[in-house]
Ligand binder design. Structure first.
Ligand code: PMP
Length: 464
């Protein structure tokens, strides 16, 4: 990691930031009372802040930096692209070499029936594209009444109007009168949080939650529903790994009722679950697939929608122009970053590594945290995992006021040199896919130390 040049003081940045920078998903008054942490550099799985701290990034940024920080291959590819052709659009019957090559490369690693990609700039834009494309598809199929959508409570699909409406986050819905009309939500397959006390086995619970889809289809009418959208593993909702029974039942129901199945692969795509896509891991055959994040490892913003032959053939044959697109759809720099990123993943066999080597290694280490007195469950698939904070283990008792203990734990963790994220009282991790065995050991040791410190803190406060 080379030292950044011309840095001003942490205080200077905090002042500028507090006065002028409105942060996403942030209580600005609360942030400005203490000041933002200033990150100045990163390499591999390590972040460096303006105070010189070295912090292990257990979250790959925001689930996106698959190939790790500081990869010269991506920097060089983007630099070359910016020199050759920094921008041109992909509207008006134009393309450029990187867009064509990246479209081919990305479809080559996707499930065989997905042979086209529509480029966007983010996961949210991808899901807005899904909304419009699914509706156009049903118009082309002469079924114009099929316009509504079913998604899940506690799912996350982005922050635009459609993204937040597909999402099942009540706090987001509360703030701007969402969801928009015609978007319905069913329960999530969250065994630890909602299934444990039902008396069902995980598989029974998974099937029961999937059947809520059938109940909702009956209620709204299959003739009125365009698609069901869900994440293979719910990420921002707390790394909800569904029981094995869940996805086969969802797939069966979608096919039976002729509902498009949309996999939001924004987090699960590009190796996170130990296969190229979460759909491969769970045996899902999506009609549309939203992608972003790992697509470029976050080096340049990019997203996309992968389109099955079923949908593409009909829309291409019948719709004429699809009146949809973004100025930066297929941006040359993003495509160049994506190509270099994919090349690294293939040359270093990162997906196979997550499936066969570092994934199983890390899963075993992470599971060992389950013996900690504050951890009710430690789960992980590929390199995406969660640890559930509990007040008591037998019987399991959660903390009152969900989120307070999680936030405290997150703050202790960063102080302790590890970025973990808190979703309520669920601690989540998704480190870069290049993490080494030694770094996995370090990550888990730091997590354990964080939980120990949390226990001390809670004992002092009389909260345990
Ligand atoms: N879908 C999923 C599953 C996500 O996790 C996210 C982002 N965390 C999005 C969509 C939205 O992506 P973006 O923030 O790039 O708009």
């Amino acid at each position: 990691m080379t030292a950044p040049v011309n840095l001003r003081s942490t205080e200077d940045y905090r002042k500028m930031d507090a006065a002028h920078h409105w942060h996403p998903f942030t209580d600005t008054a609360e942030l400005n009372a203490k000041g933002a942490r200033v990150f100045t550099g990163a390499e591999g799985v390590w972040l460096r802040d303006s105070e010189g701290n070295r912090i292990l990034d257990g979250m790959a940024g925001l689930w996106c930096v698959a190939v790790g920080y500081g990869r010269p291959e991506i920097v060089e590819a983007v630099t070359r692209q910016l020199q050759d052709l920094p921008y041109y659009n992909t509207f008006f019957q134009c393309t450029h070499p990187s867009a064509a090559e990246f479209a081919e490369a990305v479809t080559a690693v996707a499930p065989a029936h997905l042979n086209r990609v529509f480029f966007t700039n983010s996961g949210s834009e991808s899901n807005d594209t899904v909304f419009r494309l699914a509706r156009v598809y049903w118009d082309c199929m002469d079924k114009p009444s099929k316009k509504q959508f079913i998604a899940r409570r506690n799912g996350y699909h982005g922050s635009t109007v459609v993204g937040a409406s597909f999402g099942g986050m009540s706090a987001m819905h509360g703030q701007s009168d969402l969801p928009i009309e015609g978007i319905h939500h069913i329960g999530q397959p969250y065994w630890f949080g909602e299934g444990r006390e039902t008396g069902m086995t995980p598989d029974e619970f998974g099937r029961a939650r999937a059947r809520e889809l059938e109940d909702k289809i009956r209620e709204v009418g299959a003739d009125n529903i365009a698609a069901f959208i869900a994440e293979p593993i719910q990420g921002a909702g707390g790394v909800v790994i569904p029981p094995a029974s869940y996805w086969p039942e969802i797939s069966r129901i979608c096919r039976k009722h002729d509902i498009l199945l949309v996999a939001d692969e924004v987090i699960c795509g590009f190796g996170r679950t130990g296969n190229w896509f979460g759909s491969d891991t769970f045996g899902i055959e999506p009609d549309l697939m939203s992608i972003a994040k790992g697509m470029t490892s976050g080096y340049v913003p990019m997203g996309g929608v992968m389109i099955s032959d079923r949908v593409a053939d009909v829309v291409i044959a019948k719709a004429g122009e699809f009146y949809h697109g973004y100025t930066y759809s297929g941006h040359p720099a993003a495509c160049a970053a994506g190509l270099a990123n994919l090349r690294i993943m293939q040359e270093e066999k990162l997906v196979e590594r997550v499936r066969d080597d570092i994934g199983p290694y890390m899963q075993a280490k992470w599971a060992s945290l389950g013996d900690h007195p504050l951890i009710g469950e430690a789960r992980m698939t590929g390199l995406i995992g969660a640890a559930e904070l509990v007040r008591r283990k037998e019987p399991i008792e959660r903390f009152p006021d969900a989120g307070t203990t999680g936030t405290l734990c997150r703050n202790l963790s960063v102080e302790n040199g590890l970025v973990m994220r808190a979703v309520g009282d669920t601690m989540v991790i998704a480190p870069p896919l290049v993490i080494s065995r030694e770094e996995c050991d370090e990550l888990v040791a730091r997590a354990r130390k964080t939980f120990d410190r949390l226990a001390d803190h809670l004992t002092r406060e009389g909260a345990l």
